[in-house]
Design a protein around this ligand. Structure first.
Ligand code: F6P
Length: 560
């Protein structure tokens, strides 16, 4: 693989796409009317996901040119490099091997990277985590008073929180009765206080999840949780008020997940109660590592293995399917088309599945921490726009909030609609299947966005002429529809892997390192520098710029 990215904008495919765009008038009504095979031809199967790309603003020629762009920018080489463990995370000099986390046991040939038996280590850690999960689920693992665990509190942030909480919410119907998982992430003390306020310390297990075990928010919350545990146990007479009792309490009520097991021990957590992973797993790509311990406890090791199998099915598809039929590649290329040729700034993800209500939030980190970059992996400036803003809310709530802008606003907003056919709760309302009614909205929205409503159609409804313009829908608002039979652990894994690979494809075309995140460092460093000023240190306050100084001074005045 070249040590310099190919500049996408200098390729012949880019030039051809620019000319093609200039000559193209999007016309979904016309395209469907004149091409009866369009829907079938542009609908693909990705493991259990039925993916309909036909309502996108593309012709066969557009897709062919986009595939050429992928070929000319070396996407295939970069994918192969990632899968075999090359250090494609150049700025951190690391392999990028989240796909290794979901390789099945006994996969052949074995994956050995930088001298590490990757498959063996992954399976060993998975087995250790699974054994622990089983103990918690069976009640064999108890707190200091011999009570079984009823509540697991995952303390983590970013990738050590967003993935686990999203998947836990998505798979609620699979959670063992009598077990609950809560998630604390924000350093705002309100988060921890609210999450533990009604908990019984004797039945609570904390998982401190941090890849680096150096993240301010997580370590602060972990210390607060430890103090809460000790105080409540002592107050309840469950433990003596001495150091030995406190150490014993931590051993039974705290476990950790990290790549830095030395720091775990320094915190006071026994490393035998810690689950590891490796620096080749990015935080936002880590939900399928032991960072998912809370999920393994909630849904069980078998469910967790199904979850991993879902990821792996998508990995197999992306690695072996020609780009013309490769769903993550095509979806990544469509995003490039919208961002770089049609001027889209954002991308909506709209799950028509309440259990996926945290999916857009999860995708925000995955996509924007990965592709929000202005330089390429060799340090040169990017030559075109990169990472669009991902956002969304579950349907139908979004319909009553922001869909107005998607339907009739001035901005182009590509949107992914995601739904499952079989709900966990098949409720009826007066003989009407409510989930069917819900999905009627999914189908109606994607139809309205694609085909709109002409002025003549509005007039035909008897609308007064002066109101007609306000009631016209231009259509040609692009959507991708994704349908699965049910929201199983495997399907959730498939959805995550799909978006991981979409993110990869976009980054590869743009020539950026999608696996570093230097952009979060400056704010972290400044927060530490500013902290003394906020605590009232006059010299630290004086050292601030005028605006920051004034804001902190106002805060200090307002603080009662
Ligand atoms: O926000 C920056 C970041 O490094 C993320 O990439 C990561 O997921 C998060 O912080 C948490 O990091 P850690 O797991 O090391 O606590």
């Amino acid at each position: 693989m070249s040590t310099h990215p190919i500049d996408a904008t200098t390729t012949s495919a880019w030039e051809a796409l620019s000319e093609h765009e200039a000559a193209l008038t999007p016309d979904l009504r016309g395209w469907f009317a004149t091409d009866p095979g369009r829907a079938e031809r542009l609908t693909l199967q990705l493991a259990d996901l039925h993916v309909d790309l036909s309502k996108n603003l593309v012709t066969d020629e557009t897709l062919a040119l986009l595939v050429q762009l992928a070929e000319q920018t070396g996407v295939a080489d970069r994918l192969a490099a990632m899968l075999r463990g090359d250090h494609i995370n150049v700025t951190e000099d690391r392999a990028v091997l989240h796909t290794a986390l979901r390789r099945p046991a006994g996969a052949s040939p074995a994956l050995v990277v930088d001298g590490q038996d990757v498959d063996g280590d992954v399976q060993a850690e998975l087995a250790k985590m699974s054994a622990f999960a089983d103990k918690v689920r069976s009640g064999e693992w108890t707190g200091v008073t011999g009570e079984r665990v009823r509540t697991v509190v995952n303390i983590g942030i970013g990738g050590s929180d967003l993935g686990p909480v999203m998947v836990y919410e998505a798979l609620k119907p699979y959670v063992q009765d009598g077990l609950e998982v809560r998630f604390v992430s924000n350093i705002d003390p309100a988060d921890l206080a609210e999450k533990v306020k009604d908990l019984d310390p004797t039945t609570t297990l904390f998982i401190v999840a941090s890849k680096t075990f150096g993240t301010l928010e997580t370590l602060t919350n972990a210390r607060l949780a430890r103090t809460w545990l000790w105080e409540r146990l002592v107050a309840a007479g469950a433990i003596a008020d001495d150091d030995d009792a406190r150490t014993a309490a931590v051993a039974k009520h705290f476990v950790a997940v990290s790549t830095a097991l030395d720091k775990v021990a320094a915190f006071g957590i026994d490393p035998t109660n810690a689950f590891g992973f490796w620096d080749w797993v990015g935080g936002r790509y880590s939900v399928d590592s032991t960072i998912g311990t809370s999920i393994a406890i909630a849904i069980g090791p078998d469910g967790f293995r199904d979850f991993l199998a879902g990821f792996h099915a998508v990995d197999e598809h992306v690695a072996t399917t020609p780009f013309e039929r490769n769903v993550p590649v095509l979806m990544g290329l469509l995003n490039v088309w919208y961002v770089n040729f049609l001027g889209a700034h954002t991308h909506a993800v709209l799950p028509y599945a309440q259990y996926l209500h945290r999916f857009p939030a999860y995708l925000q980190q995955l996509t924007m921490e990965s592709n929000g970059k202005s330089v390429r992996w060799d340090g040169t400036p990017v030559t075109t726009q990169t990472g669009e803003v991902f956002w969304g809310e579950p349907g139908t709530n979004g319909q009553h909030a922001f869909y107005q802008l998607i339907h009739q606003g001035t901005r182009l907003i590509p949107a992914d609609f995601i739904a499952v056919a079989n709900p966990a709760h098949p409720l009826q309302d007066g003989g009407v299947d409510v989930h069917g009614l819900f999905l009627a909205n999914f189908f109606a929205q994607t139809k309205a966005l694609a085909f709109g409503k002409t002025a003549d159609e509005v007039r035909a409804e008897g609308t007064a002429e002066d109101i007609v313009p306000a009631r016209v829908f231009t259509g040609n608002r692009p959507t991708t529809s994704i349908l699965a039979a049910a929201l199983t652990p495997s399907v959730v894994g498939q959805l995550i892997a799909l978006y991981e690979h979409i993110t990869f494809v976009q980054g590869a075309v743009w020539g950026i390192d999608s696996y570093d995140q230097w952009g979060v460092e400056l704010g972290k460093k400044l927060a530490l520098e500013i902290a003394p000023a906020v605590q009232g240190d006059a010299a630290a306050l004086a050292a601030q710029d005028p605006s920051t100084r004034s804001l902190i001074a106002t805060y200090l005045e307002l603080r009662s």
